[in-house]
Ligand binder design. Structure first.
Ligand code: BJW
Length: 239
């Protein structure tokens, strides 16, 4: 069996990471569009840097939860037949033990120089405009994908979706493309589709099945169920 799991902010909510479209607003009352677009960065770079610096620092205070661990456990069984495509920029999947993780919206612990294009592992703040170690320009930005920018790894994602037997969406509102369109692609290529989310989403009806509740218990139950099936069923691989 080949499985593609798309994850969003909801999977990290039980670890204490805020989601984007929560009723309380994302951060200090800002909407996501006010802090996650190139226009926002151009208009208010200090504000945008502070938003990402705070989230980067907060990573040291959060831990993976049962949902991240269950996906890592499934990967141990399925190996290269499983891919986690995450919209999240935290590193909780990796810290839970997953190795096959594609960060389509970039990573918090990475910085990119807008002068020379270098990508760097980055743990420090950026608001004080540190110099790029490669070219010396003070032009580092968070290595994340904002609205209007190209998402990462789409060739690999489309290839995995086209071969998947099962597509599972976990903890995402399905409001942001291209991730919101993956369920249609997976269905087109014949995969069964399952949504695991706290509540119904605008796209719930596109899935063959939707289960609602906290990701920690939903994902753990789904993985246990899958692994309890006859091994032959989990072994089935599409031509
Ligand atoms: C729980 C839970 C618990 C809570 N357990 N669940 C086609 C049509 C229309 C527009 C477009 C289109 N194609 C592209 C666009 C434009 C745009 C877009 O989608 N706009 C929409 C507003 C419509 N997309 C783009 O610009 C993308 N680029 C692109 O496509 O390039 C080519 C192109 C450009 C322009 C035009 C056409 C083509 C890039 C999108 C980049 C998104 N970036 C962000 C910020 C990343 C950095 C950062 O983290 O700061 O990504 S925005 C933000 O939204 C972030 C997230 O990854 C993303 C998705 O949010 P997510 O994860 O779904 O979170 P929430 O909060 O929305 O939902 C959480 C869910 O969890 C909820 O449902 C809760 O119920 C649930 N939940 N607790 C289980 N315990």
């Amino acid at each position: 069996m080949r499985v593609v799991v798309l994850t969003g902010a909801g999977i990290s909510a039980e670890s204490g990471v805020p989601t984007f479209r929560d009723a309380r607003g994302l951060w200090e009352g800002h909407r996501v569009e006010d802090v996650a677009s190139p226009e926002a960065f151009q208009r208010q770079p200090d504000l945008v840097h502070r938003f990402y610096d705070e989230r980067r620092a907060a990573l040291t205070r959060v831990q993976p939860n049962a949902a991240h661990r269950a996906l890592a456990c499934l990967e141990q069984q399925l190996g290269s037949r499983m891919l986690v495509v995450t919209q999240n920029i935290d590193d909780l999947h990796e810290r839970a033990g997953s190795r096959r993780v594609l960060h389509m919206h970039g990573k918090l612990r990475s910085a990119r120089c807008t002068a020379c294009g270098t990508r760097l592992d980055w743990r420090e703040d950026l608001a004080h405009r540190p110099a790029c170690p490669r070219c010396g320009e003070r032009a580092l930005r968070p290595d994340v994908v904002w609205f209007g920018e190209s998402t990462l790894g789409m060739g690999q994602v489309e290839s995995a979706l086209s071969r998947a037997d099962l597509f599972v969406s976990v903890g995402t509102s399905g409001m942001v493309y291209p991730a919101a369109g993956f369920v249609r692609i997976a269905r087109l290529f014949g995969a069964r589709t399952l949504e695991l989310n706290l509540e119904r989403t605008p796209g719930s009806e596109l899935f063959d099945e939707a289960r609602h509740g906290p990701a920690g218990s939903l994902v753990r139950a789904w993985v246990q169920d899958l692994l309890a099936r006859r091994p032959a069923e989990v072994e089935v691989t599409r031509e």
